[in-house]
Design a protein around this ligand. Structure first.
Ligand code: PDD
Length: 285
């Protein structure tokens, strides 16, 4: 049985409790982070904590703990759950006001902090990364502040179900003809050796993996263009890929039934995946 963390306590998962009045449950009034663990160490931890701080501040939400304590709690979760490879999920909500009300509760209401682990032994050697992911496009019907990592994930779940029903691996979201991002990842295409990905704005989540991958790519003298791209452009690209804390760099080999290149993972995505995993492991805490 897993040990989970709730508001200062480490508990068996079946003993952990959150109130029915919790704002996260009633209003999706919460933010989250997913950090990967490789070899028992946290990948890109500082980036995830910084983004958490930003999400909290954009929503005028109180920090649930000193940011230094979050590292201790994450490490404790890795060790108590004996995680070698996997994910740590962290969620902060605006807490329990004791009733349902649209208005935020008084500022001194204690936030709720929950963490749990997901063990995925050997998940960096993903079979999907060998084969390459197939995606479909669906309209982006999410709200306008996708830069805040909130727990309002119903539309991404619907889009994942559309992908599942279409027999593919994931969906890319399209707004005004341009790809915003994937259901739970940032999207990229490669054309004539140039890596093209949408620029940061309120339209997309500012991926921590994205930031690291673009840094490694530019250090390796690869050319990067941060701009929107159309679905047509994507289907005519040499390669495509997506990034996230749980997928690292994932090659995409097909979009809406059209194979990219020869239909196998491209060299840029394959190389970036290796570089990202190697370099992040070196910096892991
Ligand atoms: N998802 N875009 C969206 C909409 C996301 O949900 C995610 C992450 C990303 C990539 O961000 P990062 O590189 O910081 O993981 C982009 C996480 C993994 C999830 O919801 O499980």
């Amino acid at each position: 049985m897993r040990t989970v963390y709730v508001n200062g306590d480490y508990l068996p998962e079946n003993e952990a409790k959150v109130s029915v009045f919790d704002r996260g449950f009633l209003m999706s009034d919460g933010v989250y982070e997913v950090t990967s663990v490789l070899g028992g160490k946290l990948i890109d931890f500082e980036g995830h904590v910084k983004r958490l701080e930003r999400s909290l501040s954009e929503l005028d939400m109180r920090a649930p703990a000193a940011m230094d304590d979050l590292l201790t709690i994450h490490r404790e979760m890795v060790s108590r759950n004996d995680i070698t490879d996997g994910l740590i999920y962290l969620q902060v909500t605006r807490g329990n006001p004791g009733d349902r009300d649209f208005h935020y509760p008084p500022a001194d209401t204690a936030p709720t902090l929950v963490l749990f682990t997901q063990s995925k032994p050997g998940f960096a050697a993903s079979p999907l990364a060998q084969r390459g992911a197939r995606v479909i496009s669906v309209p982006d019907m999410r709200w306008g502040r996708r830069d805040i990592k909130t727990v309002q994930l119903l539309y991404p779940s619907m889009a994942k179900m559309m992908a599942q029903e279409a027999g593919v691996d994931d969906a890319w979201l399209v707004q005004e003809g341009k790809v915003t991002e994937g259901t739970s990842n940032n999207a990229y295409i490669v054309k004539n050796g140039r890596i093209i990905t949408r620029a940061l704005s309120q339209d997309i989540l500012h991926g921590i993996t994205r930031a690291a991958v673009l840094r490694f790519a530019s250090e390796a003298q690869m050319e990067i263009e941060e701009r929107s791209f159309t679905l047509d452009e994507a289907m005519q690209a040499d390669e495509a890929f997506f990034t996230s804390a749980s997928a690292f760099v994932m090659p995409v080999v097909e979009i809406d039934g059209t194979a990219l290149g020869d239909g196998t993972p491209g060299p840029v995505a394959t190389r970036l995946r290796e570089v990202y995993i190697d370099e992040s492991l070196k910096r892991a805490v």
